[in-house]
Design a binder for this molecule. Structure first.
Ligand code: DNO
Length: 385
């Protein structure tokens, strides 16, 4: 398994020299400074790749080339934007960045309600508090028709919870949900967000899945021709939010995506923390089933909470994800294909000095290093047996 590390570019508070000391060899990054929808030129890609190489590291995975909303909604001009996306991916592959991670989540990328949830041992974790999410939807966003999405007792509890929130707590919740977590290339005000949601009024899951297929039919042959592979990231969390459809949440979704465009270049990012939120997702089985097209691994463990809907990020080895079984499955896939799969320790708690330095939510230095070291240990031990 190839140890990689997500780095957000020259503005990342963690330097490449520090990443080097974690023992990771590969970098996962993007040209985050470019606006969504523009072509990534080869020169800009090569310059970033060389900067990374100077630090003794290899840029091997792009996460992500953002997929423009017009592509997802099939608004006029979407085909041209898809072509541009495909050309950016080709440029990356031709400059040596062959694994292309992306997602097809409408409007919002990953979503949490709390970025500094204190655990018993003093670590700070990311959390999705379902009730707070409902509070946001019903009483802050005031989405039309939202009540119909929740049982009456949840609406009642949410109302009671809303009444306890201070102005500051409300402002913080708005920015946590809408300001865009690291890697999400968009951020919204409440008003913008309402407008964005309206673009999906007539788009259900079947329509979005169909549009993903049309996008794949355009870009997969382009990426393949340039020697690259695509790796779609699952929905995080893997269920509809704010009435928006979600189409990459389950093994059935993976089956459908693979069947529609069978090239192995049409592949997956296997994110254990995201898929792991749904108890029915049998992660090692899913990884093995689609092993010939899993091109990138995000390894982290989420822990589902008592209400069945909330979750927080657990230590990498101590959540609902059986990390030993995952690493075993990944090693089997590698052996069968004769490849080394890049993985990154995804997210991490803010621990120790992480708590006193500037850090991107979910992406602290020491917390992720802990995850990396733990997964590295599992991989070494299993490779021996
Ligand atoms: C969160 C990340 C996501 C992910 C994108 C992939 O930590 O896993 O931002 O990068 O959804 O396109």
């Amino acid at each position: 398994m190839k140890e990689s590390w997500r780095w957000f570019g020259p503005n990342d508070p963690i330097s490449l020299a520090e990443v080097r000391q974690t023992g990771a060899t590969d970098i996962v990054t993007a040209l985050h400074e470019l606006p969504n929808g523009v072509l990534w030129e080869r020169e800009a890609i090569a310059a970033r790749r060389d900067l990374i190489a100077k630090a003794g590291l290899t840029w091997s995975v792009v996460e992500s080339i953002p997929v423009h909303e017009k592509i997802k909604t099939a608004e006029p001009g979407w085909e041209e934007l898809a072509e541009t996306w495909g050309r950016s991916a080709q440029n990356l592959a031709r400059e040596g960045v062959k694994t292309i991670c992306y997602n097809f989540m409408p409007v919002l990328d990953w979503t949490r309600t709390d970025l500094t949830y204190p655990l018993e041992d003093g670590a700070l974790a990311l959390r999705f508090d379902y009730l707070l999410y409902v509070v946001f939807d019903l009483f802050i966003l005031q989405r039309k028709g939202a009540e119909a999405d929740y049982p009456a007792d949840v609406v009642e509890k949410a109302e009671a919870r809303f009444k306890t929130l201070s102005e500051d707590a409300i402002a913080k919740l708005i920015s946590t949900v809408l300001a865009g977590l690291p890697g999400a290339e968009e951020s919204y005000t409440l008003e913008d967000f309402r407008g964005q949601l309206a673009r999906y009024d007539a788009i259900d899951a079947a329509a979005l899945a169909e549009q993903l297929s049309r996008f794949l039919e355009i870009v997969v042959p382009m990426v393949e021709e340039a020697g690259g592979v695509m790796a779609i990231h699952p929905d995080d969390p893997p269920r509809p939010l704010f009435g928006l459809p979600r189409v990459v949440s389950s093994v059935e979704d993976m089956d459908r995506i693979a069947a529609r465009v069978p090239s192995p270049a049409n592949g997956f990012t296997f994110c254990t923390g995201s898929y792991g939120i749904r108890p029915e997702n049998d992660l090692p089985a899913m990884l093995k089933k689609h092993g010939d097209r899993v091109h990138f691994l995000h390894l982290r463990a989420t822990k589902r909470e008592e209400d069945g809907m909330s979750f927080h990020e657990a230590p990498h080895l101590d959540g609902d994800v059986d990390m030993v079984a995952i690493v075993r499955a990944a090693l089997e896939v590698e052996k069968a294909r004769g490849v080394q799969l890049p993985f990154r320790p995804d997210h991490g708690h803010a621990i120790l000095d992480d708590q006193s330095r500037k850090t991107n939510p979910g992406y602290p230095l020491i917390g992720r290093l802990r995850g990396l070291a733990e997964v590295r240990g599992i991989a070494r031990a299993l490779a021996e047996v």
